[in-house]
Design a protein around this ligand. Structure first.
Ligand SMILES: [Zn+2]
Length: 303
């Protein structure tokens, strides 16, 4: 995968709070060691589900803290102007991914789709779903309808999870999170009971559907036009898809439980689905390119 060199990048869907004070953060803060990352990926869903649709208010101190967290996109806007910049820089690539993913959903859903921002943070961040750290992994907070990512997660994905990684994998991660935004807009996540886990739980169905939605975006990514009328992304290869499937296989509940937590596989605690299921649903989305094929709630066969 690459970005079309001449395409223009728009940083207005990003809130860069990496330089903000008060969190001991700053660029390049290392992700915590030990089991933090793994615990984090499990927390993502609780976080997301507990956040619930429209809940998440009443976090003491939130208003006070968020003031220290003012976004400053000036550096990003200066660095990330064109597709050529996205080919050179991971953060510019993410800016382009966010544009492409939202252009796609606007095309699919029309006025029903409301664009939303991704917050780039370093170390820790306050959200309307509560405080989060890098160890949480990228996540979507329904209460403020924002996607959050510490870009150091991509290093963790290759180093701790052993994924091959790459530009397309980075994009898949974001497309998954924007899938949760779509679920929120369509009222799907609001119908899922909070805190229930297990192989056929609403949580697992939500996660697999988000993977499927990521796949439908990937199917259309090379053709969906940006504001200037041309696609941002070109040349998604078989190798890119293989890398996405490799990544999906390393963030399944069974893989994490077995290889990163070091315990037996406990289906009863599944929140995201097995590695095989995550691969299957991404593939369903990618091969069909049709979000209607992503009805993980309407089937007994989750894979
Ligand atoms: Zn998710």
């Amino acid at each position: 995968m690459r970005f079309n060199e001449g395409a223009g990048l728009d940083t207005s869907d990003v809130q860069d709070v990496r330089g903000s004070g008060g969190f001991g953060g700053g660029r390049g803060l290392a992700v915590g060691g030990g089991g933090l990352g793994v615990v984090g990926l499990i927390v993502v869903v609780l976080f997301q589900v507990l956040g619930g649709s429209g809940s998440g208010s009443g976090l003491a101190g939130f208003d006070g803290i968020v003031q220290d967290q003012a976004a400053d996109n000036s550096q990003l806007a200066q660095d990330c102007r064109t597709g050529a910049d996205a080919n050179r820089s991971v953060e510019c690539a993410v800016v382009a991914d966010i544009d492409s993913i939202q252009d796609y959903w606007t095309q699919v859903l029309g006025a029903q789709y409301q664009r939303t921002d991704t917050v780039f943070f370093a170390g820790q961040v306050q959200t309307q779903c509560g405080a989060a750290s890098s160890g949480t992994g990228p996540f979507y907070c329904p209460a403020d309808q924002l996607v959050y990512i510490d870009l150091s997660f991509y290093d963790e994905l290759t180093q701790r999870f052993g994924a091959e990684g790459g530009l397309f994998v980075d994009a898949y991660v974001l497309a998954h999170e924007y899938g949760h935004h779509v679920q929120d807009l369509l009222g799907i996540s609001g119908q899922v009971t909070s805190g229930v886990t297990g192989p056929t739980s609403g949580s697992v169905r939500l996660e697999l559907q988000a993977d499927c939605f990521a796949g439908t975006w990937a199917n259309h990514a090379e053709t969906v036009p940006d504001e200037s009328g041309r696609p941002l992304i070109a040349d998604i290869t078989d190798d890119d898809i293989a890398r996405a499937l490799d990544a999906a296989g390393r963030i399944g509940d069974d893989f994490i439980q077995e290889n990163l937590v070091g315990g037996p596989v406990d289906e009863g605690s599944f929140t995201h689905g097995s590695s095989e299921q995550r691969q299957r649903w991404f593939t369903t989305g990618y091969t069909t390119g049709d979000p209607n094929q992503c009805d993980t709630f309407g089937t007994d066969d989750l894979g």
